[in-house]
Design a protein around this ligand. Structure first.
Ligand SMILES: Nc1ncnc2c1ncn2[C@@H]1O[C@H](COP(=O)(O)OP(=O)(O)O)[C@@H](O)[C@H]1O
Ligand SMILES: [Mg+2]
Length: 258
């Protein structure tokens, strides 16, 4: 993730619907980003999860919007005027590039033939199980309309990953990795699989990520998000234990969904 010191907020546009009070803001590069703030109503761990989730998804080549760490100060926060006074605090915030020409999944999932990136979908099921993210509901999936036809699936909002979600503690992270609750989106993806090897390829990819990369991802969290050394170690250990258990977990998942 680019920790972009040159990227500054120029215009607050509006608040988006979401429990973390995400804000749509235009930045000095001319693009619009969805910004989630420190000390949002779900707490700063919500953006810790977003940051780690997006970084790891990128390393696995999964479809997440580009994201950046940006600095926003108190004077900018004070002139945003959404539904109520914000408890946000100045400093480093999490920004994801706003996806244009997007639509949400309403009732039915789209026909697989209309999706242009079906090859990466099994990776999302593996990834959500690795990170214990059981919040993969319709609101956290976007379909980007491609100019040449069809849709590209994007996953957003990793804020609820890890046991305990945005309220995780060193204790909840000690929980033994286990399958998350059944999700219709995962069901839809699994129903398209022609062979379990499509999952195995991603289990392998997760296991191939160097430990040093996982540790660097965690230690690159901004200092002003106040995650202690022990908490960082607990996150790291959870990722390692989660991936050691991933074959077993995915075996159970495939059986459960049949
Ligand atoms: N990168 C993005 N591009 C376009 N729209 C987005 C993006 N990120 C979030 N949104 C929109 O903002 C809404 C809230 O974002 P989300 O990350 O789910 O917030 P919360 O953590 O509060 O649930 C989403 O349902 C989606 O409509
Ligand atoms: Mg959400």
């Amino acid at each position: 993730m680019v920790n972009d010191v040159n990227l500054t907020p120029v215009r607050w546009i509006k608040e988006l619907k979401g429990k973390s009070y995400p804000q749509l803001i235009e930045f000095s590069d001319g693009f619009r980003y969805i910004v989630k703030f420190k000390n949002n109503p779900q707490g700063t761990k919500q953006i810790v999860n977003e940051y780690i989730g997006c970084q790891l998804a990128k390393h696995l080549h999964l479809p997440v919007p580009d994201s950046k760490l940006v600095s926003i100060d108190q004077s900018f926060i004070e002139q945003m005027h959404g539904r109520e006074r914000y408890p946000f605090t100045s400093g480093r915030q999490f920004a994801s590039l706003s996806i244009k020409r997007k639509k949400r999944i309403k009732k039915e999932f789209p026909p697989p033939s209309s999706i242009v990136n079906t090859d990466v979908l099994p990776g999302i099921v593996v990834f959500d199980h690795w990170l214990s993210n059981d919040d993969r509901n319709r609101n956290n999936i976007l379909l980007k309309r491609k100019k040449r036809g069809g849709y590209c699936v994007f996953i957003i909002d990793q804020g609820n990953c890890f046991p305990g979600g945005f309220r995780w503690t060193i204790d909840t992270l000690r929980e033994y990795p286990r399958p998350i609750r059944k999700r219709p989106f995962h069901q839809w993806i699994l129903s398209m699989l022609s062979h379990p090897d499509e999952l195995n390829r991603y289990i392998y990819n997760v296991k191939q990520l160097p430990e040093s990369l996982l540790w660097e991802t965690i230690t690159s969290l901004p200092d002003d998000w106040n995650i202690s050394w022990d908490e960082k170690s607990a996150l790291f250990n959870h990722l390692i234990r989660g991936r050691n258990a991933l074959e077993d977990i995915m075996y159970q998942v495939v059986r459960n969904y049949h």
